[in-house]
Design a protein around this ligand. Structure first.
Ligand code: ZN
Length: 398
């Protein structure tokens, strides 16, 4: 890369104006331009370089104009003009480059002088020049865009639901996903061998046959054990919601997943009635699905509540009419209602497990599947989509 030893470039008079002759003349000039640019960087003489090539008086560009363009025969003027323009662009580009490099070297020299690091700015080697040439930063280029993460639709739905109950004064409680049989079943009024246990296909931890049944570990099948844990550590009045992950031995399909999420709620105080339960859930459903949504309660069974009810909301797709777009509504099977959650008044037997006086306190509990609500809210037709981790699906919720 060192400059070639040869005499300083002068603009030659053109003897011929053929394409070959013009190309050769231009190449010689560009060669000289490159050599002198390099030399200018080494000597830190940007001004001298600019003057030599671009000064209005006697600059090489001016001479090219005078010597080549003005002497060209009419037939060659166009070709010569084109090349002169190319040369001008190249010269301007080189001059700018030399100016920037020399500026950078001046900064580098200052830095080296101040810090004692580097070569002090006086000795410029090819390596440094090459670095300056190739490592230039174009500040006009767009930056590296960092992709923003987004809440998973299930977590987003869960947070929205928690917010509704927080606004009603509920606090949030969480519990372990690996539970004992006692908390998951027995304390919730599921006695051993009770048929209600069969409705929740349970994943047990292996090799625990030697332990007594209440101590055996399992993956919790619902978030209800958190209610027991909370009642054991807090005295009434209490209002809590318990969001979390639960597991069941279900084969995955469009509507089943071995893992899903629930939110349970519990309110215990001295005079809580079924009216409070109805009012609370009606309000929560309206907050989540819009103020026009209606709720209805009809009898059901859960071991830990008495009486128990399933709650339906008026179909959010057909407005509760049961038909839409000229046909029966698919989402509510033309009934106008969608079943959403279970609830009831806490069974007095449960209070016995947590040392509450069943004669003095009363309360209600409710529980709902988060995926079920997310499916309704976002019109998702396969629960597996929530767990496949496909970014194309998840991006839609960002
Ligand atoms: Zn419907």
């Amino acid at each position: 890369m060192s400059p070639k030893k040869k005499s300083a470039y002068t603009v030659p008079k053109l003897k011929a104006f053929s394409t070959t002759a013009l190309d050769k003349a231009v190449l010689d000039l560009i060669d000289a331009l490159g050599d002198e640019a390099q030399a200018a960087k080494m000597s830190l003489d940007a001004k001298g370089f600019r003057d030599r090539w671009m000064a209005r008086k006697n600059g090489i560009l001016t001479e090219v104009n005078e010597v080549w363009l003005k002497t060209a025969p009419a037939s060659a003027k166009r070709e010569v003009g084109k090349r002169v323009n190319e040369i001008r662009a190249k010269v301007e580009e080189r001059v700018e480059e030399v100016v920037k490099t020399v500026e950078a070297l001046a900064i580098y020299g200052q830095y080296a002088a101040n810090t004692g690091k580097g070569s002090g700015g006086a000795v410029l080697d090819d390596v440094l020049l090459h670095k300056l040439d190739t490592e230039r930063i174009d500040v006009t280029l767009p930056g590296t865009r960092r992709l923003l993460g987004a809440e998973h639709p299930v977590i987003k739905t869960m947070n929205e639901m928690v917010r509704v109950f927080r606004n009603l004064g509920y606090s949030v409680e969480e519990g372990p996903e690996i539970e004992t049989d006692y908390y998951n079943f027995e304390a919730l009024n599921f006695p051993p061998n009770h048929p209600a246990r069969d409705t929740q296909d349970t994943l047990f931890i292996a090799n625990q046959e030697s332990k007594p049944l209440p101590e055996r570990l399992l993956l919790r099948t619902h978030t209800s054990p958190v209610q027991i844990r909370t009642m054991k550590k807090m005295k009434p009045p209490l209002r809590v919601v318990c969001p979390g992950k639960v597991h069941r031995n279900d084969a995955p399909d469009a509507t089943h997943s071995p893992i899903f999420h629930q939110i349970e709620g519990l309110a215990v105080d001295t005079d809580i009635t079924f009216c409070d339960l109805k009012g609370t859930l009606d309000h929560a459903m309206k907050e989540m699905f819009g103020s026009s949504v209606k709720t209805r309660f009809y009898p059901s069974f859960f071991p830990f509540t008495e009486p128990s009810a399933d709650v339906q909301i008026s179909c959010i797709f057909c407005g509760g009419r049961g038909y839409r777009d000229g046909g029966p509504c698919r989402n509510c099977k033309a009934s106008g209602w969608i079943e959403l959650l279970g609830c009831g008044m806490v069974d007095p037997n449960v209070y016995g497990f947590v040392d509450y006086d069943a004669k003095k306190v009363s309360g209600f509990a409710f529980g709902m599947g988060v995926e079920r609500i997310a499916i309704l809210k976002y019109g998702v037709d396969d629960i597996q989509l929530f767990f496949n981790g496909d970014v194309r699906f998840l991006q839609q919720f960002a």
